[in-house]
Design a protein around this ligand. Structure first.
Ligand SMILES: [Zn+2]
Ligand SMILES: [Zn+2]
Length: 372
């Protein structure tokens, strides 16, 4: 399938949400198609499952699109600590149509909503009240303790969804809810501004959006990736400079800029962290976003202290930030780059991602399911 690159100037609609919902509520099926992980060694499989039970305060959503990221890959391959017993439906973000009644007057049957990965936070603890639901202790980490979004239907807690504005297609909204939210929040946390030089390490699903948010903040952006096609993409998306990580010119270029004020490390390679830290300007900030594995990183404490370097980890974001992400996209300021696949080719799609064959983010186009 060719790459699908959707911008605000050419994106599709699937009709108004309310019309879709009227069909849905009249004909909710007893079962649904879902991807199932049965054990951590076997391939994922497609199976028929009963529709999920609906705890109070939860919404039933007919899924249209679901994002796929490296976290999913790590989990289904069994590489995360504290993995639950299986079977389980993977997937921790997505977009779909509400098909059950909501308690809130702001959410109605027929609304298109995003299920950002902070799903199932409690809404009442100190972290939640401080607008950090992604750090809620009762949060379902990556939605892996409950069934997820790689299915025709999924549930989510009502207070975690964000309405998708008119004019953003489901697959685009799915990318924005995942990679968009994660990187927008990271750019905000790092305080990127117009005088900054920002290095973006890894121009994949996360990096292609991180680059654009840093650019919108007015920063001078430097894209770093092993793959030539991703550097070409970075240039198209507005990066001022692009380098292979081993390019001997990279160090010189960054030195002439006075170092990196901010490094957005979207790559999942530990060596990217070391390289980013070696190029950080005094007083600068390195944000770890893409490396989500239990690896130990060597740190030069002397350089860290002497240069007052800040290192932060950033995961997910808030509903306000996702609202901003949608607004920025609807206003034509970002391009979403993704490749869509059907759930029926889930194993092949994950293998493609593992081999770095996906440009932008991988998305499951669930509304396109055309089989029984
Ligand atoms: Zn993710
Ligand atoms: Zn909480």
């Amino acid at each position: 399938m060719p790459q699908q690159r959707a911008s605000t100037t050419h994106r599709g609609h699937r009709g108004t949400p309310r019309l879709i919902a009227e069909q849905d509520t009249q004909s909710l099926p007893d079962t649904m198609l879902a991807v199932e992980a049965v054990d951590y060694q076997s391939p994922l499989r497609l199976s028929h499952r009963p529709l999920p039970a609906l705890p109070s305060g939860s919404l039933l959503v007919r899924m249209e699109a679901a994002g796929v990221c490296r976290t999913d890959l790590q989990i289904v391959r069994g590489h995360w600590p504290d993995l639950p017993s299986l079977p389980r439906i993977p997937g921790h973000t997505g977009v779909g149509i509400v098909v059950s009644d909501a308690l809130s007057r702001n959410i109605q049957i027929g609304d298109r909503v995003a299920l950002p990965w902070l799903g199932l936070s409690c809404g009442t603890c100190e972290q939640c009240l401080n607008e950090r639901p992604q750090l809620c202790a009762s949060r379902d980490q990556a939605r892996w303790n409950a069934d997820g979004t790689w299915a025709e239907y999924a549930t989510t807690s009502e207070h975690d969804v964000v309405i998708v504005p008119e004019g953003i297609a489901p697959c685009e909204a799915a990318v924005l809810s995942e990679a968009g939210l994660t990187t927008y929040a990271a750019v905000e946390r790092a305080g990127v501004r117009a005088t900054h030089t920002v290095g973006v390490f890894g121009i994949g699903g996360l990096g292609h959006l991180a680059l654009q948010y840093a650019g919108i903040a007015g920063a001078h952006t430097v894209a770093i990736d092993f793959m030539e096609n991703k550097l070409v993409l970075a240039k198209e998306l507005g990066a001022q400079a692009q380098f292979h990580p081993q390019d001997p010119m990279l160090g010189n270029y960054v030195s002439r800029q006075g170092g990196l004020d901010v490094a957005l490390i979207c790559s999942d390679t530990p060596s990217a962290v070391a390289q980013a830290l070696s190029m950080i300007a005094p007083g600068g900030t390195a944000v770890l976003i893409g490396l989500q594995q239990p690896v130990q990183l060597p740190l030069d404490a002397f350089a860290l202290v002497r240069n007052s370097i800040t290192i932060i980890g950033s995961t997910g974001g808030t509903r306000r930030q996702l609202h901003d992400v949608f607004k920025v996209h609807r206003d034509g300021m970002t391009q979403v780059v993704y490749q869509a696949r059907g759930l029926e080719v889930v194993n092949q799609a994950l293998a493609e991602m593992e081999q770095n064959m996906i440009e932008g983010q991988l998305v499951f186009d669930i509304a396109g399911i055309a089989y029984e």
